[in-house]
Design a protein around this ligand. Sequence first.
Ligand SMILES: Cc1cc2nc3c(=O)[nH]c(=O)nc-3n(C[C@H](O)[C@H](O)[C@H](O)COP(=O)(O)OP(=O)(O)OC[C@H]3O[C@@H](n4cnc5c(N)ncnc54)[C@H](O)[C@@H]3O)c2cc1C
Length: 248
Amino acid sequence: MKIAVCVSHVPDTATKINIGSDGKKIDPTGVTYIINPYDEFAVEEALKTKEKFGGETVAICVGDDAVKETLRKALAMGIDNAVLLKDSIYRDSISIAKALADEIKNQNADLVFFGKQSVDYDNSITGQLTAELLGYNCVTVVVGFQLEGNKIIAEREVEGGKEIVETSLPAVITAQKGLNEPRYASLKGIMAAKKKVIEEKPLPPAENYVEIIAMKKPAPKQPGKIIGTDSSAVPELVRLLHEEAKVI
Ligand SMILES: Cc1cc2nc3c(=O)[nH]c(=O)nc-3n(C[C@H](O)[C@H](O)[C@H](O)COP(=O)(O)OP(=O)(O)OC[C@H]3O[C@@H](n4cnc5c(N)ncnc54)[C@H](O)[C@@H]3O)c2cc1C
């Protein structure tokens, strides 16, 4: 079985983000990038599935040279091969999905893992679009995954509980936190990943449907107020919560 896992390269959630001079994209200066946290669950599930059933795993990412760092992280965790679909120009989610779908077809992968969401642009749509373009079944926000022959039994997280669904290969699965405990890359894995060749493929120009016209930072938070330090402050606190904050 060929298992693909699609990974995105995102700013570390602890990094302070600034908007670039064109007002349309983030300024990458001083930003630390990491593998998208949900994609670590996707990588882990791809590895567990290979360990159980055999086959080959491949990590795929659309982006420029910088994303190789994220592909190497997937390799260090144990993924067999990596493909960089190279482009340095902005691509919207559908354009990324088209590039991924073509490569998945080319790889002949019948099981594909994605993260449920990329924590940079939060569209939460690339896996579903790719499945549609491939004509594969798709189960999203998965917290439990079982493969029995051609049959997939998946648990999905829904409001207040879980939903158990059944589908079959070929399929796209988008991973949610709780699906597994991603392994740490071993030193041996890190060293081996450094030597592996990342296959690079140029992409044709993107056909985007969505254009970013501006980015804005959230309004600065108001400073906190200390009303008092003992119980005499309670009436004023209640008044402010009622009249100003309007939360009670
Ligand atoms: C070179 C380049 C420059 C970009 N510059 C900008 C920019 O300046 N501003 C902007 O707003 N957007 C930019 N984008 C688009 C933005 O990075 C994508 O939208 C982002 O990759 C996916 O975010 P999303 O919220 O659409 O993904 P989601 O749909 O939330 O992602 C879900 C899952 O899809 C997979 N996935 C997502 N992206 C990729 C990928 N690139 N490769 C492989 N798998 C992926 C992952 O498994 C992820 O967990 C750029 C994209 C590229 C390729």
